[in-house]
Design a protein around this ligand. Structure first.
Ligand code: ATR
Length: 280
C-alpha cells in the first residue's frame, strides 16, 4: 500500500485526508492518506524517515510551507519564485517540491470567470488583499495568466515588497475604494472560524463596488464568510474558498499518481464534509 499524508502542526482542521482517500477509492488505487502532525523539532527526523519509508507524497500545510524547502532535493520554477511548497513527491528517495496553491486558485478563478461576463483572467484588474504566503502564490498565478494585479495589505510595507517581487502595484488597504477591479480576492485568513464576523476590508465597500465584480475568498470555513456574505447581499458574484482547495488537491493527485483526479467525486466528498461541518 502506498502512503501519502498531510504534514502540518496542528493538522486537525485539514480536509485533505477525506479528499484524497475518496479519490484513491474512486480509482481503485491501493493507497492511504494519513495525517502527520509533526512538531518543528521533529522535522529533520521526519524527512530522514520519509526518504527510506514508503511515504510517496506529502501535502504540506501551515506552518511548514516555507520551512520544508531545506529538506527537498529539487523544486519546479514556480515553487522557486513563490518560495513556498505545498506538495512533495518522493520519487525513489528524491524529494521534489511543488506549489499547487497557485494553480488551484487559478483553475477556480478561470472556471468562475468563464461562467460570468468576465470570460477570462487575461487583461482583468484584480485586487488582492493580503501579503502573506497565500497571497504570494495567488499573485504569482495571476501574473502568469496576464491579469493586472494590485496588492493591498494592512501593513503596506509588506504589500510593497510583494509587489516589487512580482512587478505589480500596491497600496494601503484604505485605498480599496480608488480602484475599479474586475475581481477582488481576500487572500488572508481573516474571517476563518471561529472569528466568522471578521473581515479584511471596509464592509461598506461592497455597496459601492463595480457592478460586475467577482469576489473570491480563500477561506472555506465557513464556506460563506462575512466577506462573501456582504458581496452576495450587494448583488455581486462570489467564488467560495473550497473551490481552490478542490483544484489544488486535483493537481496534487496528478503529481503523485500520474492520473487525472476524479474531480467530481472529490467535489461531492468535499461538499458533504463541509455541510457536515455546518459550513454551508
Ligand atoms: P499566510 O502565509 O497563510 O498567507 P500570513 O503570512 O500570516 O498567512 O499572512 C496573513 C495576512 O493576513 C497578512 O497579509 C496580514 O496582514 P499584515 O501583513 O498587516 O499582518 C493579513 N491580516 C491578518 N489579520 C488581518 C486583519 N485583521 N485585517 C486585515 N489583514 C489582516
Amino acid at each position: 500500500m502506498d502512503i501519502y499524508g498531510i504534514l502540518g502542526h496542528p493538522t486537525g482542521h485539514s480536509l485533505s485526508p477525506i479528499l484524497h482517500n475518496a479519490a484513491f477509492r474512486a480509482l481503485g488505487i491501493h493507497a492511504r492518506f494519513e495525517i502527520f502532525d509533526v512538531a518543528p523539532s521533529r522535522l529533520p527526523a521526519f524527512f530522514k524517515r520519509m526518504r527510506r519509508a514508503p511515504i510517496h507524497g506529502l501535502a504540506v500545510s501551515l506552518p511548514y510551507k516555507e520551512r520544508v524547502l531545506e529538506y527537498l532535493d529539487s523544486f519546479d520554477s514556480s515553487t522557486q519564485k513563490i518560495g513556498a511548497v505545498n506538495t512533495v513527491y518522493n520519487e525513489n528517495g528524491v524529494l521534489r517540491g511543488f506549489n499547487t496553491d497557485f494553480s488551484g486558485a487559478i483553475s477556480a478563478l478561470t472556471k468562475a470567470c468563464s461562467a460570468t461576463a468576465l470570460h477570462e483572467l487575461r487583461g482583468k484588474t484584480v485586487v488582492v488583499i493580503g501579503a502573506g504566503g497565500a497571497a504570494r502564490a495567488i499573485v504569482y498565478g495571476l501574473q502568469q495568466e496576464g491579469a493586472e494585479v494590485i496588492i493591498l495589505n494592512r501593513t503596506q510595507s509588506k504589500a510593497d515588497t510583494l509587489a516589487r517581487d512580482f512587478g505589480c502595484q500596491s497600496g494601503e488597504l484604505s485605498t480599496l475604494f480608488q480602484w475599479q477591479p474586475n475581481i477582488l480576492i481576500n487572500a488572508t485568513s481573516v474571517g476563518m472560524e471561529p472569528n466568522i464576523e471578521s473581515i479584511s476590508c471596509d464592509p461598506h465597500y461592497f455597496r459601492v463596488a463595480p457592478r460586475h465584480l467577482l469576489v473570491f475568498d480563500i477561506v472555506y470555513r465557513p464556506r460563506i464568510t462575512q466577506f462573501l456574505r456582504l458581496a452576495q447581499e450587494a448583488g455581486l458574484s462570489i467564488l467560495t474558498g473550497d473551490s481552490m482547495l478542490l483544484h489544488q488537491g486535483a493537481v496534487q493527485f496528478k503529481i503523485w499518481t500520474g492520473k487525472s483526479a476524479p474531480i467530481s467525486v472529490m467535489k461531492k466528498t468535499l461538499d458533504e464534509a463541509l455541510c457536515g461541518l455546518g459550513a454551508k
